[in-house]
Design a protein around this ligand. Structure first.
Ligand code: GRF
Length: 217
């Protein structure tokens, strides 16, 4: 399976996906990393790992649709099967999201459907949540609302700040995302009629993660 990763910043999740995919038995190959911000440090990290990179600066496009068209052309040119958003801070048009349904996934730093949008770690603290975590989900037009592929939980501690909670969740993200993408690429997780269907392999995948991070497919 050929994968493109979309980033806007440091790309630590991207880095974990690149590392995981470099293992000979990983069922996917990262063929391209694209950023909407030319100054994203993740572009350098990807290039250093020998991955083709491209900056598509959203500020150079007059409309969201024009930016999406340029992005789609780049994805098609690379003959991509799956698109992984990893800290990609652009909202795509509904049409784009609908066309890529089942072929585009995201990692979000909360246990969806709780805490959508931005600054979700602070949202979790403000709500008094005692457990938070991260979610890998298929992307649909509605923001942070697509079918859930895998989740990992972490505790929210009494003295947590958004920074300390983000760091704990990020550690879980780094385990969860490569695990979830492996399940998709190996065919163990599929989107059928808008719902995630998991094979027995996916149900066993929780053993791949440390206890607190355990995704429960
Ligand atoms: C992660 O917390 C991800 O869940 C969110 O943005 C952050 C990106 O971090 N969507 P990184 O660029 O992967 O380090």
């Amino acid at each position: 399976m050929k994968i493109a990763i979309l980033i806007s910043g440091r790309g630590s999740n991207m880095e974990r996906l690149i590392e995981a995919a470099s293992a000979p038995d990983y069922p996917a190959e990262i063929v391209k990393v694209i950023s909407n911000r030319p100054d994203a440090s993740g572009l350098r990290t990807a290039a250093n790992a020998g991955i083709a990179t491209q900056a598509i600066d959203h500020k150079s496009y007059a409309s969201r649709a024009a930016f999406d068209a340029a992005l789609e052309a780049a994805l098609n040119e690379a003959d991509v099967d799956l698109v992984c958003h990893a800290g990609f801070m652009r909202i795509l048009t509904d049409e784009f999201a609908a066309r890529w349904e089942g072929r585009m996934v995201n990692i979000h730093p909360s246990l969806l459907p709780s805490f959508k949008g931005i600054r979700v770690q602070q949202q979790a603290i403000d709500a008094g949540a005692t457990i938070s975590g991260c979610t890998v989900h298929y992307i649909i037009p509605a923001l942070d609302s697509g079918p859930i592929i895998a989740q990992a939980a972490v505790p929210v501690l009494t003295d947590d700040t958004a920074e300390t909670l983000s760091a704990r969740i990020l550690e879980a993200e780094h385990v969860l995302y490569p695990t979830a993408v492996k399940l998709i690429a190996s065919g163990s997780v599929k989107l059928v009629d808008g719902k995630v269907v998991r094979s027995l392999d996916a149900k066993r995948a929780d053993t791949a993660c440390p206890p607190l991070f355990s995704p429960q497919p």
